[in-house]
Design a protein around this ligand. Sequence first.
Ligand code: G6Q
Length: 543
Amino acid sequence: MTSIAETPEWRALQAHFARLRDVHLRDLFAGDAFRGETMTLEVEDLFLDYSKNRVTAETLRLLVALAERTGLRERVESMFTGRHINVTEDRPVLHVALRMPRAESLVVDGVDVAAQVHAVLDRMSEFSDRVRTREWEGFTGRPIRNVVNIGIGGSDLGPAMAYEALRDYSDRSMRFRFVSNVDGTDVWEATQDLDPAETLFIVSSKTFTTVETLTNATTARQWLLEGRQGLHEPAAVARHFVAVSTDAQKVADFGIDPTNMFEFWDWVGGRYSYDSAIGLSLMIAIGPDRFRSMLDGFHAIDVHFRTAPLARNMPVLLGLLGVWYGDFFGTETQAILPYSQYLSELSSYLQQLDMESNGKHVRLDGSQVEVQTGPVVWGTPGTNGQHAYYQLIHQGTKLIPCDFVGFVRPSHLLGRHHDLLMANFFAQTEALAFGKSPEEVEAEDTPPPLVPHKVMPGNHPTNTILATELSPKVLGELIALYEHRVFTMGTIWGINSFDQWGVELGKTLATRIVTEVESEREPDLTHDSSTNALIRRYRRARR
Ligand code: G6Q
């Protein structure tokens, strides 16, 4: 593969960057009175204002040319039509099929995957309704009031984020918890105050081999069968455990009745899976209709991504801006700042989506990537961050592109809260872009020694995503937007956004070390001197 950095499109961007790098947003706005209205895009319930980016119309034209050069259009079609674009695992990448309307079909490798999706959605809906209406009873005839999802990574972060985001739409008479960490504290805290007779565990694991999930599920099963409330018979497991997996045999081996298994498929990547059966806990919380409305939101953005011209394509624009900052300005991180308390888990979710997808150092053909790939993604809900780390974004020495995500309608109409929240939302992007010049600081009669401290350089780029309200449909739109942004960036860099070999080495080493840690006899350690000494110290102290 030709290195992207050697293409004329990349070189044109480099030359353009040399001209634009020191241009201030103040000047870009001064030069175009309509910039704040023209550099915007509305798709479904999402309004994007990208005017506060360090770009001109020419920058965008050059970035779109780069996208065309990398065959973005064709690659999008390859994904949507089920070609095996995940080359290192020889699989199609079809999370977009998870939200296709029932009337459509998509035949991939001889199978109508859309029909498979709807068959599982129907089973999930039926089961969710039975739990929600209390028709599904625990082993002793008590209704289920607690649902605990056990999973990790892609089998945890999505449902946990979406449950939190849509908590306002959830059945408040039930409790929902998410256990992921192999630290026993997680499962202990999640269960210690629950009544086992009223608790349903959903063991979510695509492979059903993940050590954290199986360890937590085993502990949960022991907790269930401890004998409290008359629950000691293994038969109770069938009423209190269901599974979400691709592997029916392993589910059966664990002791869960395969008729209580909800299926998904190899072509759904873990971090792209919460709109599959992995979202079962969410569906029980918010009900099947709202879950389907969320899928409609995803689908609407899928259609936009597939059909809109690149220059008016929201995920493409966001992706190109990400490339512009990371590869030309040399930024290393991307802040995502949601102005909604319900989105408190969004950045953890997007962290995995983006960093596991685009944290790659080689291209599809195995050759080294010669440019910067995925950013470090981070953030917390506004306005908390404003009283903590925003200082560094405003006046530090790093350039940090930020996405501000806010909603026109409040989730709860309480006094002035929402207007205050949104006033802060607007104020921050204004302050970041335009700052405060020395002249402005001096005009406030600031003592001269303090002037440099009070100057705000500005010129910090932001995207503003202003959505209508945080509903299931809008959440689907937002997540699809970020999924396709990641896709766009991965395509520009020519990497595989759908594998994750980097997590394997640590897993393999942990398997080896656990036997050394647990061994009765002093183990013969052959690691490096640091790891050997740490293991010995732990073994000594543990005794
Ligand atoms: C996601 C990753 C990873 C995965 C977990 C859990 O894209 O592949 O986070 O989701 O390792 O895997 P299982 O669902 O197989 O337990």
